[in-house]
Design a protein around this ligand. Structure first.
Ligand code: 0RA
Length: 651
């Protein structure tokens, strides 16, 4: 690093800006060429693109100061770059101490930026804001045109050294700066510019600086194109763009914009119907990937304001919880941009804002603006709060599920659910658990089973009352909890397949709508919370017969209509043709006596059980969402088509 190390080098925490004496220490741009990565991060593609950002950032500073409305970036055929802006133009008058035109100082003296106090929000950390002189140092050729005071000025540099002194080349009406440069192939390992990389950053800058029109043009062979990014709506449009095809919960983004104690705070938020959080934060146009005090302030304000509003509106009256930040940020897309005079960047990648005063400022700005918005738009407020409440319920459910797993210790001490009629063998490989719909069928199953290896858990109809059940509701259902305890594996993240107490879990429900409903619910539950149980092939569906066809002492059990017709034929044509063929349709398992249930559905020698495949369960889960969703129509259709569904699922 040596003695030429700048006191205000990027990444160095410092206060008081770029002091003149600090700049005096710098001796030319040789230091930059010797250690380029120190100034631009790397000499690969990242560093290469950083050259463009550096020049563009200077133009954006002009826009921030209110003097520039348009920036054009061109990638030329030879991978050189032009950045043109209509700002004030880099000063051309002779600099007092350097005794050179301002533009020459800006391009040849490291950190000369500090010599022009433009009183805007210049950047003092991260990789940005190292100064255009760094770009000059790392370009094999750079030319600059400055339109100022009615004249066009021109200068040429090679590898940072002045090749052609400042001259006036003509007249001009407007003002602005044009910088053309070709990155030095002696420095960079990659010299090809990537359209996508540049367009992403330029689009971002256009969103962050509303009204500023940024055009990116590509003149290279075979890929000539041009795009303009220009957003009058600024961050609100940014949020819309980020949302893409996701379904918004409310029509327009909520925006806020305010200045407090010299800190400008601006933001836009919008919820969608999904479960992810997308928060993007910026400080002085720099993406603060690691967040920082501005993000902390925002989150605190959002959590507080939403909870306060919910309480005031009585929306949490029936809940025994408050909404956490995570609940409130489910489905949130947010862009937060603050402008700070002297930002302190911290963290691994220097993209975390450290200024402690910013937290309170953002908090109070967001509190006020959001509170006002919610009061003005109560229906949006309620939609957001309802969404957060369901997130909270899901969270609560996860907690309960974890609790169940913890209680497993008690289970191991022999505290199995009272309703469970367990089997006598303890080897899970040999053990079967029947989940039986209804107490009466449960009773028959208990009597009919082989108690050495078959356990019975009757499920009461109450399970049906799980209305509009998201998985959280299902998990808090008494019956489901009993099932979890009986199976022994726990659920969700805590699931342990090795703890399964049975390697066959057989769902046995009636062949009617309610039965299909319960089965769908159970499959959904297994799919979502005990996926590995299905993957292991432990979950089955029992196949009780639909009909009993009998004549005299002969009887057949039919599992579908075709079965039934065949049985009728056989019995009708039989040698013993006296008497009539009797057909009994089983509407429920409860209509079978224990012996019949054993023979038809439970005896391993004669029964058919269907192993549930992942796909069946996934399908059930989709169906479940349809059934349990708010829409009435799909539910009605399900009931109408249920017979078909039952067949489809069981085949
Ligand atoms: C220093 C001072 C002033 C403007 C600039 C630099 C400036 C730099 C760049 C780089 C690309 N485009 C730029 N535009 C402006 C302010 C000059 C004044 O006070 O008039």
């Amino acid at each position: 690093m040596g003695k030429t190390k700048p006191a205000a080098r990027p990444g160095t925490k410092q206060t008081g800006g770029y002091q003149a004496d600090a700049i005096q220490v710098l001796k030319g741009l040789e230091a930059v060429r010797r250690r380029p990565a120190m100034y631009i991060g790397s000499v690969s593609g990242r560093g290469l693109h950083h050259l463009v950002y550096e020049v563009v950032d200077n133009a954006v500073d002009e826009a921030l100061a209110g003097y520039c409305t348009k920036i054009d970036v061109t990638i030329h055929a030879d991978n050189s770059i032009t950045v043109l802006d209509n700002g004030r133009g880099i000063p051309v008058d002779v600099h007092k101490t350097e005794k050179k035109p301002g533009v020459e100082v800006a391009l040849t003296v490291l950190h000369a930026g500090g010599k022009f106090d433009k009183n805007t929000y210049k950047v003092s950390g991260g990789l940005h804001g190292v100064g255009v002189s760094v770009v000059n140092a790392l370009a094999e050729q750079l030319e600059v045109w400055v339109d100022r005071d009615g004249k066009r000025h021109h200068m040429v540099f090679t590898r940072g050294e002045t090749k052609k002194k400042l001259t006036v080349t003509g007249k001009t009406k407007g003002t602005g700066t044009t910088v053309w440069f070709k990155p030095d192939s002696q420095i960079f390992t990659e010299t090809r510019f990537d359209w996508g990389t540049l367009s992403n950053r330029l689009r971002e800058l256009a969103f962050l600086n509303k009204g500023l029109a940024i055009t990116l043009k590509d003149e290279r062979k075979g890929q000539s194109k041009s795009e303009t990014y220009h957003y009058k709506g600024g961050l609100a449009e940014f949020v819309k763009w980020l949302l893409g095809n996701r379904k918004p919960l409310h029509p327009k983004p909520i925006t806020f914009e305010s200045t407090k104690d010299g800190v400008e705070v601006e933001g836009a938020i919008q919820y969608d119907d999904g479960y992810n959080e997308n928060t993007f934060s910026f400080v002085n146009n720099i993406n603060t990937h690691e967040g920082g005090t501005h993000v902390t302030g925002f989150k605190a304000a959002l959590t507080r304001t939403i909870n306060e509003w919910a309480k005031k509106d009585g929306l949490l009256k029936r809940e025994d919880f408050t909404l956490t930040g995570d609940d409130i940020r489910e489905g949130l897309t947010c862009v937060l941009h603050v402008k700070v005079k002297d930002p302190q960047f911290e963290g691994q990648t220097k993209t975390k804002l450290g200024n402690s005063e910013v937290e309170g400022i953002v908090k109070s700005v967001v509190n006020e603006a959001l509170g006002e918005f919610l009061d003005k738009h109560p229906s949006v407020a309620r939609a957001i709060i309802q969404k957060a409440i369901s997130a909270a319920r899901a969270r609560e459910a996860a907690r309960k599920a974890r609790e169940l797993v913890r209680r497993k210790n008690a289970l191991e001490a022999g505290l199995l659910p009272g309703k469970l009629a367990d089997c006598s063998v303890t080897d899970p490989k040999l053990s079967e658990l029947y989940l039986v719909e209804g107490d009466s069928a449960g009773g028959s199953a208990k009597q009919g089973r082989d108690r050495s290896f078959q356990a019975i858990l009757p499920l009461r109809g109450k399970i049906l009352n799980v209305q509009k059940a998201r998985i959280d509701k299902i998990l808090s259902n008494e019956e489901i909890r009993t099932i979890i305890t009986a199976i022994g594996t726990g659920v969700g993240e805590d699931f342990k397949i090795d703890e399964a107490r049975y390697h066959k879990i057989i769902i046995m429900t009636d062949a009617d709508v309610d039965g299909a409903h319960i089965r769908t619910l159970l499959l959904t539950f297994f799919y979502k919370e005990m996926c590995a149980l299905i993957e292991a092939g432990y979950v089955y569906i029992a196949q009780p017969p639909l009909y009993r066809v009998a004549k005299g002492r002969e009887e057949f059990y039919a599992y579908d209509d075709k079965d039934r017709d065949q049985a009728m034929k056989r019995l009708g044509n039989g040698a013993e043709s006296r008497g009539t063929v009797q057909i009994q349709r089983y509407k429920g398992l409860g209509e079978m006596n224990p012996d019949q249930l054993w023979k038809t559905t439970m005896d391993p020698a004669t029964r058919t059980i269907l192993k549930v495949e992942m796909e069946d369960a996934a399908q059930a889960s989709v169906l479940f969402e349809t059934l349990m969703g708010d829409a009435v129509e799909p539910r009605r259709r399900f009931i109408e088509e249920n017979a078909k569904f039952v067949r489809n699922l069981d085949v």
